[in-house]
Design a protein around this ligand. Structure first.
Ligand SMILES: [Zn+2]
Length: 232
């Protein structure tokens, strides 16, 4: 907790005054272009890995970056999606999984139900992903098949997204795209699903059409005057 309190003090002393004009603009409105839906894992930091500013990403997080399919019950994910799409008018929803995901390991662990019944229940929204991975292999191993499970889960949650009426409406109008990403904690790599190739490829390859020069030569479009340092 000490780290957090010191951090807030530093933010108020330095970062906020250095970006006061920027924060004033944000004070009464938000216009994010992207909804970023990812896992709760403490190692996944959407703004950090995308080098984006406050106001750029509408973020929803839960265990396993799961989107329950549309149903006649209201949940937090459904409400977040509806707000992002129908009110904020986001143009993109990114479902971002990650390596070493405890939720995906849990989904692959048949003993989970005994110790964590609620988590187990929640992860049943990944059951079809597990079924697809299981069908391809005689024996399932977390070590060998975790990555495949993580990819299948992202793709499944993208399909679930399409069952939500607000998403279906916006997609039918050509105003919304769904994207699937996997963040690699150990390497900093980000792979993205390419529907044309039917597989995950590097972020630079997936979005090559967005840029005309080498990605290595580009700088992020940040307005923030002080990019935070991770190490002292
Ligand atoms: Zn996770």
């Amino acid at each position: 907790m000490k780290k957090l309190v010191k951090g807030v003090s530093e933010f108020q002393k330095s970062t906020f005054p250095n970006n006061q004009e920027f924060f004033q603009e944000l004070a009464n409105k938000q216009e994010p272009e992207v909804m970023f839906l990812t896992c709760c894992d403490s190692r996944v930091d959407p703004s950090l890995i995308t080098e984006t500013d406050p106001g750029d990403l509408f973020i929803h997080r839960n265990v396993g970056n799961i989107v329950p399919p549309h149903a006649l019950v209201t949940g937090g994910v459904t409400a977040s999606i509806e707000f992002a799409v129908a009110v904020l008018g986001v143009k993109y929803i990114i479902v971002c999984g990650h390596t070493d995901c405890g939720a995906m390991k849990g989904a692959m662990n048949p003993d989970l139900a005994k110790s964590l019944p609620y988590v187990n229940n929640w992860l049943s929204h990944s059951a079809a992903a597990l079924a697809r991975v299981s069908a391809k292999h005689d024996e399932l191993s977390i070590e060998e098949h975790l990555h495949e499970m993580t990819e299948e889960n992202v793709l499944l949650q993208l399909r679930h997204l399409e069952t939500h009426p607000s998403v279906a409406t916006s997609m039918a109008k050509g105003n919304l795209e769904l994207h699937g990403w996997i963040y690699d904690i150990g390497t900093g790599g980000v792979n993205c699903f390419d529907p044309n190739q039917g597989k995950f490829v590097s972020v630079q390859d997936r979005y090559a059409h967005l840029h005309t020069t080498d990605w290595k030569e580009t700088k992020p479009d940040r307005r923030f005057k002080q990019v935070r340092k991770l190490c002292p």
